[in-house]
Write a protein that binds this ligand. Structure first.
Ligand code: 8GT
Ligand code: MG
Length: 132
């Protein structure tokens, strides 16, 4: 059994209620699909630290307030991920794709128009249930 990849994932809300999504670069796992920004938790790092680091690296925002939303464990054919998912309610800076990836701010209703990795359906369901 391969080990579970622990991933810090941020559902970032802007003051107008829109959520930040980013398009994964084509060459990566799940390339071309849309995601909530985040990345792997490194050794010796808390998941909160990882989330803050990843959001700064990927979309140039500084997290100021976060709270746990849910954990999703999902088996892909090639790996198992644990998406440790947090709601970000306050941040500073203006989001931009730091790795040439497209980003968009979308309403909860619009989330269904985008193709996400399979593991994300549980996150989208939780967002709709909690925040619609
Ligand atoms: N960030 C992020 N990763 C997701 C989501 N959904 C999902 O299945 N994943 C998976 O989680 C895994 C790790 O995420 P990642 O590729 O962002 O990790 P990372 O930023 O540390 O990238 P790196 O390994 O290139 O440094 C990938 O296999 C990715 O496909 C999501 O909404 N956001
Ligand atoms: Mg990432």
């Amino acid at each position: 059994m391969s080990k579970v990849v622990h991933v810090a994932v941020g559902v970032v809300f802007r003051a107008d209620g829109k959520i930040l999504i980013a398009r994964r670069p084509d060459h990566l796992h799940m390339g071309g699909r849309w995601e909530f920004p985040g990345g792997k938790v490194e050794v010796g790092e808390t998941v909160q630290d990882a989330l803050c680091r990843e959001l700064l690296e990927e979309v140039a925002i500084e997290v100021q307030q976060l709270q746990p939303l849910l954990e999703v464990r999902h088996d892909y054919p090639d790996k198992t991920v644990l998406l440790d998912t947090w709601q970000v309610t306050q941040f500073s800076g203006e989001a931009r794709g730091q790795e040439q990836q497209d980003i968009q701010w979308v309403s909860i209703a619009e989330l269904d128009k985008f193709q996400f990795p399979d593991a994300n359906q549980a996150i989208i369901d939780a967002v709709k249930a909690n925040f619609s």
